[in-house]
Ligand binder design. Sequence first.
Ligand code: GLU
Length: 472
Amino acid sequence: MPAPHVRFAPSPTGFLHVGSARVALFNWMFARHHGGTMALRIEDTDPARSRDELVEGIERTLRWLALDWDGEVVRQSQRLHLYREAAAQLTAEGLTYWCDCTRETVVARAGSPTSGYDGYCRDRGLSIGPSTALRLRTPDDGETVVHDIVRGEVRFDHASLEDFVVVRADTTPTFLLANAVDDADMGITHVVRGEDLLASTPKALLVRRALGHADDPVFAHLPLLVDEQRRKLSKRRHAVAVEEYREKGYLPEAMRNYLALLGWAPSGDREIVPIEEMVAEFELEAVNKSPAFFDRQKLDHINAEYLRALPVATFVRESLPWLMDDAPWPPENLDPAAFEAVAPLVQARVRTLGEVPQMVDFLFLEAPNVEDDAWEKGVARVPAAAVVLDDAIAAFEECHWDPTALHEAMVTVAEGHGLKLSKAQAPVRVAVTGRTVGPPLFESLHVLGRERTLERLRAARDRLAAGHPSPR
Ligand code: GLU
């Protein structure tokens, strides 16, 4: 295949939708696999959307995902003259007409809010004016066939294609015109995009052909992303912004790896695959046409695997921003050495970097933030809690302060009350960390230190005594 030229063509919305990021990734993998190029084209003909910060946001998120593009960013807002010339060409060739119908008049004539434009102004001979839009006259007979790598040959009857607007009454070009002009002008060979745009493809092809471009690009419409109930992902119901995942502490490599699995699969039933291998294997022909389930649990699992695979020093470095910004403890309490000491244990247990602070907050808070549920479950409702705490205090005052000795001391306490270690450990864990789950207890106590551990055990003992008279 000659080197393909593809484009990722987002419309600025203020965030990058995961579906859109998946489109970018598939374009990118396809281009890189075949030694081609990927352009970044911002479809910002809508003046309200063509703000620099929205465009920079898209660039930033693509860079975060390490998806690079070739050449300068193309902005449709800077190419309005091309669309104007194209409209003039179509008009000079008699392929368009001016129309002053409003949505309301179209609906009133058709008697149905969903029907398309009826061609009312085709022969009215209107001319350009403040309330006239320019429509392309579509053929009445025949069909347009879209050759789609994913969906096969998709046929569209011209009888059901309305004469659509190419320039609005406010003189701005429509998506269809700008998109078709640019794909031709930029020499795009393959149009890889979301399935939601398939229905508009015959229109884009009609514009393109009307402008004299005989060759169609090859299309690949990627399957929609849906939730577990097969509903389309929506901003209202789902976390759809890549930026949101970034803020929650997903790694870009994990995110990219996960996005690659949405409608495509690397060989050998593998989920976690280095990007170079995916690029080497990627083929649009292998993209699935059924909707792809956006599975948060699978994403979490993949992110957890990527986190575990980091060298500890990298994990520490990546975690630091989460420990420094908006942390629940006074900033000066953060003790990097203490965090480093527990980092391997934390690394094995978190799914996202955003979960790191809650795993280690007991180290940096003056007193643990004891959640009511945890207190109830781990202390108040444990009959032996008071005696276990008393014995643990006594044992921890004396024993060596290392994880093995703490473990042994606690085993003795548990045996003394005929309890399993895990049962006896629960009140201690809640007293010291405030939670029922967390990194391994004895390593945690070791890092926290004897004084602070005893202080917290005594505080819990007092709290318990205040609420429940001591049995001894
Ligand atoms: N700008 C369109 C969108 O964001 C995509 C156009 C295309 O890829 O052809 O939905």
